[in-house]
Design a binder for this molecule. Structure first.
Ligand SMILES: [Zn+2]
Length: 112
């Protein structure tokens, strides 16, 4: 066993909740225009995350982020993971190993 793993100081951080949100609802994230994403919340509603592609700071309209604007809420974490996944898909599109059709099917499956 590898016992060098540091214990997590906070078992349920916003980042880890963002990972869980992306794992469970990543396919339900909808890209909007100008770097904004509609991210489903746990209680059924949706929040709009702005990843500030034109500068400024990332924001989300959920209550958590309103009360703690200095930290990224789980929706922002999930939107960043979503954006990374889309970017990876478009990088593959430029690689000769992956045809554009395959990537388009991939994006369609992701709801992009
Ligand atoms: Zn949020």
């Amino acid at each position: 066993m590898n016992d060098f793993t540091a214990p997590a100081p906070h078992p349920s951080t916003r980042a880890s909740r963002g990972v869980a949100l992306f794992r469970d609802h990543g396919d339900d994230i909808e890209p909007l225009s100008h770097g904004r994403y509609q991210v489903p919340g746990c209680s059924g509603g949706c929040y709009v995350v702005d990843l500030a592609v034109f500068g400024g700071e990332e924001s989300c309209d959920c209550p958590d982020h309103r009360h703690h604007p200095e930290t990224a809420c789980k929706h922002i974490h999930a939107a960043i993971m979503y954006r990374a996944r889309v970017r990876m898909a478009s990088r593959k599109a430029r690689s000769p190993r992956y045809g554009a059709a395959a990537v388009a099917a991939n994006l369609a499956r992701m709801g992009a």
